[in-house]
Design a protein around this ligand. Structure first.
Ligand code: BGC
Length: 814
């Protein structure tokens, strides 16, 4: 039971009083009046358990955004001479001096955005710790802005508002498509709104009276890197007394029609600073630093006076000779540079790289940079999932999955953080979304990205391959475009995000409607774009029409379930289409009771998507795994392989696949020292060395989708098909003596911990109060069963239900 109050002030409730509401307070949606632009609202909540009311929560607040472009009263401003657009060019400084009266400021909000990247500065201080503002969207369709409370940085009298303005995604290189994908030159937008206790409010906005100059950052590009030259930038340009006569007037442009939207997802910040685990001095002017961990970030250095020029290059891996291996970065130089004679602590501002190793070179002999750190960058998401077991290799695998998530959840879910690609590939995100949802609270991140996905649909509703959509790339392929249906459903399953599902539903229907129009017999033959199939499978190509048609069935099921949850009348229609599609699938793709495409992926998908003869498919999948002695799945099959084997009780095959460390397997890369998950099963092998450098990332998360099974299958915290519909059911038959996991779900913390030794399974689990959750004993190998030692409550044979608390049970295999 909960009551929610919303008011305009801390103590008066004049906006909305929910009254007493049964259920989870997280499901309460504000139903008061719509706020005015920039209006602030306070809220608090209190809970009742039984007869007892808890205390009111501390008041919290939210503020409405500007809500429409004209409210900005600001202009885009840019360097009047933006330089050669074909080349990376100096970062622009923007400057404006203004006076504020002595009256106390009651509210100060700085809103800022850019065609490019912006770092606003106020009176000598960075006005934000957000990196890469305003983030990446399809800038022709939507541009985000950020807002900071800057009251503490202001003072009565003369102040200076300024900004650094860099190329970023809007004007710099994106993927391998060169520069200027969205705009020819960067422009900034700033709006400082000040409210006073006893005076009219003031608005300071970007406009023609602002001035500009070049900064000391001579170029900056997300792929190529950044070069800083000390001594170029006027050191006191943010001082009100600085005489800026030699600066030029900016070019000011009208705001235009492209909607400016308040940031939806979490911004990128520096999260941790890694210290080197090893430093190799190669010669008096060159060293290679090992940070011990592949990641996305930037290097920070203390540079001694007189070091002169130095360069920092980055790589994920070393050659056998101990030098940086950079061929796999393709055209991304990923090189930063510093020039200057005074001592400085330096790190680049508007670029990032994917690396474990950095080579620092070029400094004057003896003037060795010190205090070397790597600043880890990713979108600011809360960690929510942990796993540990008795096998150090699986623990490392799990860590690798966590690090590949961090490295690739940077503004959009990218394929990789290092080479000249870094795109929001939908297929990768679709298979990895459940794992990511255990590890981090990715709900807001994905809500923003789903806007990108919908911004990229074709005229008749086909979702793109990548989002933000890159226009050189064709429309989405099966298994990729389907992320537009699968990801909102996954967010609903893991976070109970009904709003996201509602927002997605029309585009989901439109997409599937178009696919069905082109393929009325439910066999997806037409409009498959550039079909990638089961990408990067191991010589085990699945029929692409089968794969596509299986995903179509998955989509139809999701539509039917979504319609049911949203009380939409289309539910039955989608359901009957799903049934018809199943029949058509079996008629087309099975023969003599087996699938024509005799691959692990085909059977894993058929089992996972509930198509056809589960038991028979299970037998064949089991055979295929044991014949190979391992896996052969690519991107589309990999996430379903262990869950499918689990569904059909093939515990030996799961055991084999999780324990295998020969190529191809999850542990193969771990055995060879990986600290993130690789793009390919054979990124490097003893026999062949490095794979084709044209496509060989050591930090891709798709194969890391096994994280879902470690959390859900092995440790036993399973998220079923409904919204936060959970079941506890571990699998101890994977060669482990213990495993434990914790998931900080939206409903509270869930823990599952077990030991399994000499046939005794000892299981402790903890679940939050107020959620219904079913508990099942682990499946047992053929011919065995559990004898319950304690407690006896299970003897009824019914699945257990718990409504919260910590419980323990012991059972013996007989
Ligand atoms: C990307 C993938 C992506 C694929 C499409 C690659 O270049 O790195 O992760 O899904 O293309 O097949």
């Amino acid at each position: 039971m909960a009551t929610f109050l919303a008011g305009l002030t801390h103590d008066a409730c004049d906006l909305w009083d929910s009254g007493e509401v049964a259920g989870n307070p997280l499901d309460l949606v504000y139903q008061g009046r719509i706020l005015e632009p920039t209006e602030a609202a306070f809220w608090r909540v209190r809970l009742r358990a039984g007869e007892e009311w808890g205390p009111w929560s501390e008041p919290s607040f939210w503020e409405a955004g500007l809500l429409s472009n004209p409210r900005w009263h600001a202009k885009w401003i840019a360097a009047s001479d933006p330089g050669d657009w074909t080349q990376a060019r100096p970062v622009t400084l923007l400057r404006h001096r203004f006076e504020i009266p002595p009256n106390p400021v009651s509210r100060a909000r700085l809103s800022f955005s850019a065609h490019g990247l912006i770092l606003p500065m106020l009176n000598g201080h960075a006005a934000t710790d957000i990196r890469f503002a305003p983030g990446w969207t399809d800038y022709g369709k939507r541009i985000q802005y950020d807002v900071e409370d800057v009251g503490a940085l202001l003072h009565p009298g003369a102040n200076v508002l300024g900004a650094y303005l860099a190329d970023g995604w809007a004007c710099g290189q994106v993927c391998w498509f060169g520069r200027n994908h969205y705009h020819m030159f960067p422009a900034g937008l700033l709006r400082l709104s000040l409210e006073f206790q006893d005076r009219e409010p003031m608005l300071i906005t970007s406009g023609p009276e602002w001035t500009w100059a070049h900064s000391g950052i001579r170029h900056s590009d997300l792929m190529q890197g950044e070069r800083f030259v000390a001594g170029i930038e006027d050191p006191d340009w943010l001082d009100p007394d600085f005489a800026d006569e030699h600066w030029q007037r900016v070019r000011a442009m009208s705001l235009g029609q492209t909607p400016l939207v308040a940031r939806v997802g979490p911004p990128v910040r520096v999260h941790e600073r890694l210290e080197p685990v090893d430093v190799q001095l190669k010669d008096p002017s060159r060293m290679i630093v090992d940070f011990g961990q592949n990641h996305a970030g930037i290097v920070e250095l203390a540079i001694p006076p007189g070091a002169g020029k130095l360069q920092v290059r980055h790589a994920e891996i070393l050659t056998p000779e101990g030098e940086l291996y950079t061929e796999n970065l393709r055209s991304a130089k990923a090189a930063d540079a510093f020039e200057g004679d005074a001592s400085a602590v330096w790190s680049p501002s508007f670029t990032f790289h994917g690396y474990r190793y950095a080579e620092i070179s070029g400094y004057a002999p003896g003037q060795v940079p010190h205090e070397i750190y790597s600043c880890v960058l990713h979108s600011d998401m809360e960690r929510t999932g942990w796993f540990e077991c008795s096998d150090a290799r699986l623990n490392r695998l799990f860590e690798n999955v966590v690090w590949s998530t961090k490295s690739n959840f940077l503004e959009v879910p990218t394929d990789c953080p290092q080479r000249d690609e870094r795109l929001g590939w939908l297929g990768d995100a679709q298979v990895f979304a459940p794992t990511a949802s255990y590890l981090f609270d990715v709900a807001a991140f994905m809500t923003k990205w789903m806007d990108d996905v919908r911004d990229g649909v074709s005229a008749d509703g086909i979702f793109p391959n990548v989002a933000p959509q890159i226009h050189e790339l064709v429309e989405g392929a099966p298994g990729w475009a389907d992320a537009g249906v699968i990801v909102p459903w996954t967010m609903f399953r893991f976070f109970g995000d009904r709003g996201g599902l509602e927002a997605a539903f029309p585009s989901m229907e439109r997409y599937v409607g178009t696919v069905l129009r082109e393929n009325p017999d439910f066999i997806w033959r037409h409009r498959r774009s550039h079909d990638f199939g089961d990408w990067l499978n191991v010589d085990d190509e699945t029929d692409k029409a089968l794969l596509a048609s299986a995903f179509l069935i998955k989509d139809l099921d999701i539509l039917a379930r979504t319609a049911a949850h949203l009380d939409d009348p289309s539910m039955e229609g989608w359901q009957s289409k799903a049934e018809a599609a199943r029949e058509a699938f079996l008629a087309e793709f099975s023969d003599g009771g087996m699938l024509r495409s005799d691959t692990q992926t085909a059977y894993a998908l058929a089992i996972s998507f509930g198509i056809g003869h589960r038991e028979r498919w299970g037998e064949r999948l089991n055979e295929l795994v044991s014949q190979r002695g391992g896996l052969s799945t690519g991107f589309l099959g990999v996430a379903h392989l262990l869950p499918a084997l689990d569904r059909v009780g093939k515990l030996d095959a799961i055991h084999l696949l999780l324990q295998n460390d020969a190529y191809p397997s999850w542990l193969y890369s771990v055995k060879h020292g990986a600290t993130t998950t690789w793009e390919r099963w054979d990124g490097w092998t003893e026999e062949k060395g490095f794979q084709d450098p044209g496509m060989n990332s050591f930090n891709h998360y798709a194969f890391g989708s096994v994280g879902e099974y470690l959390m859900g299958g092995v440790a036993g915290i399973r998220v079923l098909e409904g919204p936060l519909n959970l079941m506890l059911k571990p699998n101890p038959f994977v060669g482990l003596t213990y495993a434990k996991a914790r998931w900080d779900s939206r409903r509270g913390t869930i823990r599952s911990e077990w030991t399994y030794e000499s046939g005794v399974f000892d299981w402790t689990f903890e679940t939050p109060y107020g959620i219904d959750l079913s508990i099942e004993l682990p499946a047992t190998p053929p011919g065995t069963s559990w004898t319950l030692e304690s407690p006896n409550a299970w003897e009824s044979g019914e699945p257990w239900k718990t409504s919260g608390g910590r419980q323990r049970l012991t059972t013996r295999l007989t």
